[in-house]
Design a protein around this ligand. Structure first.
Ligand code: ZN
Length: 208
Protein backbone atom coordinates (compact mmCIF):
# COMPACT_ATOMS: atom_id res chain seq x y z
CA UNK A 1 0.00 0.00 0.00
CA UNK A 2 1.52 3.26 -1.15
CA UNK A 3 0.56 5.83 1.47
CA UNK A 4 -1.69 6.27 4.47
CA UNK A 5 -4.28 8.34 2.61
CA UNK A 6 -4.48 5.81 -0.17
CA UNK A 7 -4.91 2.97 2.31
CA UNK A 8 -7.68 4.85 4.12
CA UNK A 9 -9.52 5.77 0.94
CA UNK A 10 -9.29 2.19 -0.26
CA UNK A 11 -10.41 0.76 3.07
CA UNK A 12 -13.58 2.85 3.12
CA UNK A 13 -14.36 1.52 -0.34
CA UNK A 14 -13.83 -2.17 0.49
CA UNK A 15 -16.90 -3.96 -0.93
CA UNK A 16 -19.10 -0.84 -0.79
CA UNK A 17 -22.24 -2.68 -1.92
CA UNK A 18 -22.25 -4.98 1.11
CA UNK A 19 -24.77 -4.25 3.88
CA UNK A 20 -23.56 -2.01 6.68
CA UNK A 21 -22.85 -4.74 9.25
CA UNK A 22 -20.58 -6.47 6.71
CA UNK A 23 -18.93 -3.16 5.88
CA UNK A 24 -18.22 -2.71 9.58
CA UNK A 25 -16.73 -6.25 9.79
CA UNK A 26 -14.62 -5.45 6.74
CA UNK A 27 -12.94 -2.45 8.36
CA UNK A 28 -10.47 -5.26 9.12
CA UNK A 29 -8.96 -6.09 5.74
CA UNK A 30 -5.73 -7.45 4.34
CA UNK A 31 -3.33 -7.01 1.48
CA UNK A 32 0.18 -8.26 0.77
CA UNK A 33 1.51 -6.20 3.67
CA UNK A 34 -0.76 -7.94 6.15
CA UNK A 35 -3.93 -7.20 8.08
CA UNK A 36 -5.10 -3.58 8.42
CA UNK A 37 -7.64 -1.81 10.60
CA UNK A 38 -9.28 1.18 8.95
CA UNK A 39 -10.96 2.30 12.20
CA UNK A 40 -8.11 3.56 14.35
CA UNK A 41 -9.13 7.19 15.00
CA UNK A 42 -12.33 9.14 15.64
CA UNK A 43 -11.86 10.72 12.21
CA UNK A 44 -11.82 7.23 10.65
CA UNK A 45 -15.15 6.47 12.32
CA UNK A 46 -16.65 9.80 11.21
CA UNK A 47 -15.58 9.01 7.64
CA UNK A 48 -17.04 5.50 7.88
CA UNK A 49 -20.39 6.77 9.20
CA UNK A 50 -20.59 9.21 6.30
CA UNK A 51 -19.49 6.65 3.70
CA UNK A 52 -22.18 4.23 4.84
CA UNK A 53 -24.93 6.86 4.81
CA UNK A 54 -25.41 6.94 8.57
CA UNK A 55 -24.28 10.47 9.12
CA UNK A 56 -24.77 13.76 7.41
CA UNK A 57 -21.98 16.30 7.21
CA UNK A 58 -19.65 16.14 10.18
CA UNK A 59 -20.86 13.62 12.75
CA UNK A 60 -19.75 14.33 16.30
CA UNK A 61 -17.44 11.43 17.06
CA UNK A 62 -15.27 11.08 20.13
CA UNK A 63 -13.01 8.43 21.54
CA UNK A 64 -15.95 6.88 23.43
CA UNK A 65 -17.78 6.46 20.13
CA UNK A 66 -14.68 4.94 18.56
CA UNK A 67 -14.37 2.45 21.45
CA UNK A 68 -18.06 1.55 21.06
CA UNK A 69 -17.66 1.09 17.30
CA UNK A 70 -14.62 -1.16 17.74
CA UNK A 71 -16.41 -3.23 20.40
CA UNK A 72 -19.37 -3.62 18.03
CA UNK A 73 -17.09 -4.47 15.10
CA UNK A 74 -15.15 -7.10 17.04
CA UNK A 75 -18.36 -8.61 18.47
CA UNK A 76 -19.77 -8.75 14.97
CA UNK A 77 -16.66 -10.44 13.57
CA UNK A 78 -16.78 -13.00 16.40
CA UNK A 79 -20.40 -13.88 15.62
CA UNK A 80 -19.77 -13.81 11.88
CA UNK A 81 -16.99 -16.35 12.42
CA UNK A 82 -19.42 -18.51 14.39
CA UNK A 83 -22.12 -18.14 11.77
CA UNK A 84 -19.80 -18.93 8.83
CA UNK A 85 -17.65 -21.55 10.66
CA UNK A 86 -14.73 -19.28 9.87
CA UNK A 87 -11.38 -20.61 11.10
CA UNK A 88 -9.08 -18.22 9.18
CA UNK A 89 -6.35 -17.39 11.73
CA UNK A 90 -5.70 -13.90 10.33
CA UNK A 91 -9.41 -13.09 10.54
CA UNK A 92 -9.71 -14.02 14.23
CA UNK A 93 -11.60 -11.35 16.15
CA UNK A 94 -10.04 -9.49 19.06
CA UNK A 95 -13.19 -10.48 20.96
CA UNK A 96 -13.37 -14.23 21.51
CA UNK A 97 -15.91 -14.55 24.35
CA UNK A 98 -19.31 -15.34 22.77
CA UNK A 99 -21.30 -14.00 25.72
CA UNK A 100 -19.42 -10.70 25.53
CA UNK A 101 -20.03 -10.49 21.78
CA UNK A 102 -23.78 -11.06 22.16
CA UNK A 103 -24.03 -8.59 25.04
CA UNK A 104 -22.17 -5.87 23.11
CA UNK A 105 -24.49 -6.19 20.12
CA UNK A 106 -27.66 -6.22 22.22
CA UNK A 107 -26.56 -3.29 24.38
CA UNK A 108 -25.49 -1.26 21.35
CA UNK A 109 -28.81 -1.93 19.63
CA UNK A 110 -30.74 -0.99 22.77
CA UNK A 111 -28.95 2.35 23.05
CA UNK A 112 -31.01 3.90 20.28
CA UNK A 113 -34.63 3.66 19.24
CA UNK A 114 -35.35 1.92 15.95
CA UNK A 115 -35.50 4.48 13.21
CA UNK A 116 -37.03 2.52 10.39
CA UNK A 117 -38.61 4.79 7.84
CA UNK A 118 -40.46 4.26 4.61
CA UNK A 119 -38.82 5.74 1.58
CA UNK A 120 -40.21 5.98 -1.95
CA UNK A 121 -37.93 5.87 -4.98
CA UNK A 122 -39.97 6.29 -8.16
CA UNK A 123 -42.71 3.74 -7.64
CA UNK A 124 -40.69 1.44 -5.40
CA UNK A 125 -41.04 1.33 -1.65
CA UNK A 126 -37.88 0.93 0.38
CA UNK A 127 -37.16 0.52 4.04
CA UNK A 128 -34.63 3.09 5.05
CA UNK A 129 -33.21 1.64 8.24
CA UNK A 130 -32.15 4.90 9.78
CA UNK A 131 -32.71 8.55 9.44
CA UNK A 132 -29.26 9.98 8.78
CA UNK A 133 -28.03 11.49 11.98
CA UNK A 134 -25.12 13.28 13.54
CA UNK A 135 -25.51 11.20 16.70
CA UNK A 136 -22.93 8.39 16.66
CA UNK A 137 -24.70 6.41 19.39
CA UNK A 138 -27.87 6.27 17.31
CA UNK A 139 -25.85 5.41 14.21
CA UNK A 140 -24.09 2.49 15.91
CA UNK A 141 -27.41 1.35 17.40
CA UNK A 142 -28.77 1.16 13.86
CA UNK A 143 -25.80 -0.91 12.70
CA UNK A 144 -26.24 -3.23 15.70
CA UNK A 145 -29.94 -3.71 14.91
CA UNK A 146 -29.06 -4.50 11.29
CA UNK A 147 -26.39 -6.90 12.55
CA UNK A 148 -28.92 -8.86 14.59
CA UNK A 149 -31.11 -9.27 11.51
CA UNK A 150 -28.14 -10.33 9.36
CA UNK A 151 -26.71 -12.79 11.90
CA UNK A 152 -30.05 -14.51 12.35
CA UNK A 153 -31.12 -14.56 8.69
CA UNK A 154 -31.98 -18.10 7.55
CA UNK A 155 -29.69 -19.87 5.08
CA UNK A 156 -26.08 -19.15 4.28
CA UNK A 157 -26.32 -15.48 3.38
CA UNK A 158 -23.16 -14.51 5.27
CA UNK A 159 -19.88 -15.96 4.06
CA UNK A 160 -16.18 -15.72 4.86
CA UNK A 161 -13.92 -15.27 1.83
CA UNK A 162 -11.37 -18.11 1.75
CA UNK A 163 -9.09 -16.69 -0.94
CA UNK A 164 -5.42 -16.68 0.17
CA UNK A 165 -4.74 -13.84 2.60
CA UNK A 166 -8.30 -12.47 2.63
CA UNK A 167 -10.01 -11.65 5.94
CA UNK A 168 -13.26 -10.22 4.54
CA UNK A 169 -16.87 -11.33 4.83
CA UNK A 170 -19.57 -10.95 2.21
CA UNK A 171 -23.26 -11.57 1.67
CA UNK A 172 -23.98 -14.11 -1.03
CA UNK A 173 -26.14 -12.29 -3.56
CA UNK A 174 -25.76 -15.10 -6.13
CA UNK A 175 -25.74 -18.86 -5.42
CA UNK A 176 -22.45 -19.39 -7.25
CA UNK A 177 -20.61 -16.50 -5.67
CA UNK A 178 -17.66 -18.06 -3.82
CA UNK A 179 -15.43 -15.05 -3.11
CA UNK A 180 -15.73 -11.52 -1.81
CA UNK A 181 -14.48 -10.04 -5.09
CA UNK A 182 -13.30 -10.91 -8.59
CA UNK A 183 -9.71 -10.23 -7.46
CA UNK A 184 -10.02 -12.83 -4.69
CA UNK A 185 -11.63 -15.34 -7.08
CA UNK A 186 -8.69 -14.92 -9.45
CA UNK A 187 -6.17 -15.25 -6.62
CA UNK A 188 -7.88 -18.41 -5.33
CA UNK A 189 -7.85 -19.94 -8.82
CA UNK A 190 -4.18 -19.05 -9.25
CA UNK A 191 -3.38 -20.68 -5.89
CA UNK A 192 -5.27 -23.82 -6.89
CA UNK A 193 -3.41 -23.93 -10.21
CA UNK A 194 -0.08 -23.44 -8.41
CA UNK A 195 -0.80 -26.29 -5.98
CA UNK A 196 -1.75 -28.62 -8.84
CA UNK A 197 1.56 -27.96 -10.54
CA UNK A 198 3.70 -27.87 -7.39
CA UNK A 199 2.28 -30.82 -5.43
CA UNK A 200 5.13 -30.95 -2.91
CA UNK A 201 5.12 -27.22 -2.20
CA UNK A 202 3.84 -26.08 1.16
CA UNK A 203 0.07 -25.85 0.82
CA UNK A 204 0.15 -22.60 2.79
CA UNK A 205 2.58 -20.97 0.35
CA UNK A 206 1.15 -17.91 -1.34
CA UNK A 207 2.09 -17.92 -5.03
CA UNK A 208 0.92 -14.37 -5.69
ZN1 ZN B 1 -11.71 -12.01 -0.44
Amino acid sequence: MAGGDHAEAEAVLVLPSEPRPVRLMNTIWADRDGVHDSLTTSADLARWLQATGLALDEPSVGTTDLRAALALRDALRRLAALRTRDARPAARSATQDLDVAVRVINETAAAGPPRDALHVVGEELHLRPTVPTTDSTAALAAVAAESIALLTAPGTVLNACHAPGCVLYFVKDHPRRGWCSTACGNRARAARHYRRHHPIADAAADPS
